[in-house]
Every structure is written in C-alpha cells, then in structure tokens.
Design a protein around this ligand. Structure first.
Ligand SMILES: [Zn+2]
Length: 199
C-alpha cells in the first residue's frame, strides 16, 4: 500500500511541475499554497509537528500547541466537536492541494504499530513519537491516531502554510482558517459552494 501511495505522490508532483504550463497559471488565479509551495515547506512542517506532538507538558504557552493539548485532555470532546466539520483554511488552499498535503504528511509521519502484546492488531500512530500520554490514547483507541491527524496535524499544517504564505502571525492565520470551517449542517444550508465566509 505504501508503494502505491508513493507512486501517486510522484504523479501528482509531476502534474504540478514547473514545466507544466498549468502550474504557472496557478499563481495568478489560484491560491499560492499549491503543491510546489507545500513540497518546499514540508520538512519544516514535519519538524514543527514533531515538536508539537512530543510536547508532554500538561499546559504550555505555545499557541501552536493548543489543539494538541486539547486533544490529549479530551480526545472524545475533540472528536465530538470536529468530526462533522471541514473547509478549514478553504480560503487559502484548494481541495486538491489539501489532498496533496494530507497525502505527503501521511507518508512522512504516519505509521501503523502493533498493539502491545499482539502480533496481528495494529493501531495508528506517528513516526518519532515520543509522548507516552499521546501514545496511550492511540493504543486505547486504535483509530484515534487518524482523528489526531485530521483534527490536529492537518489544521496545524495548513495554518503553518498560511503563516508562511501571508506573513501573518499564527493567531491571525488560525483565526482566518477557522472562519471558513463549517459543519455539515451549515453546509447544507449554504446551497452554493462550501465556503460560508460571512458566518
Ligand atoms: Zn505544548
């Protein structure tokens, strides 16, 4: 499965290569956070995310860690509050570029580990994770790593890219990305598109 996803990434990168004329057009009529921009920043995103995941303090002053610490405090609440929401940062990143971000981060940091004492059952976790409390949450609920990826990792990665792209501080970028986030119920009420910017 890993090989397949790698192939897909390579194809997608080729599709957005600078030699492709459609990639040049993108800077004028699409968001500048495209696959090239993401690929350029992915190493620093991975490093920033590793610092966040491995912060084992129960409380810290880093604004970038807020979701991470909320998740550790109550993964169930995080799930209940977020599982129907989407379009975080939709004003800044197109769906296909978001998909690319999701894929490249998945390959770089996600891993399935064997549950303790089992040689068959696995749970979703992250490479280089050194945070016992977070790892325990993933072991106790083997799919919770997916939720952490969706609700914490991807949002922080998008916010990071928006900071790099706009030069805005973290809090402002995060606030702007959150403004487009909508629940399924809200989406149904907005008949055209999924971006109720003026909520
Ligand atoms: Zn922290």
């Amino acid at each position: 499965m890993e090989t397949n996803s790698e192939d897909t990434v390579i194809h997608r990168q080729d599709g957005y290569d600078n030699t492709n004329p459609s990639s040049r057009q993108s800077s004028t009529n699409r968001s500048e956070i495209n696959t090239d921009f993401i690929a350029k920043h992915v190493n620093s995103i991975v490093n920033t995310l590793a610092d966040m995941m491995n912060c084992s303090l129960s409380k810290c002053d880093e604004a970038e860690h807020k979701r991470h610490h909320e998740f550790i405090r109550s993964p169930e609440k995080m799930y209940a509050d977020n599982y129907l929401k989407y379009c975080f940062g939709a004003k800044y990143i197109e769906p296909e570029d978001f998909e690319y971000l999701q894929q490249i981060l998945g390959e770089r940091i996600c891993v399935n580990k064997f549950l303790p004492g089992s040689i068959f059952s696995r749970y979703s976790s992250f490479k280089n994770l050194d945070n016992e409390e977070l790892e325990k949450i993933f072991i106790d609920s083997p799919l919770m790593g997916h939720e952490y990826f969706k609700f914490v990792i991807l949002k922080e990665a998008v916010t990071y890219l928006v900071c790099c792209n706009t030069g805005l501080p973290y809090e402002e970028s995060d606030e702007r990305c959150s403004q487009t986030e909508a629940s399924v119920a809200q989406h149904k009420r907005v008949q055209e598109g999924c971006f109720p910017f003026n909520l």
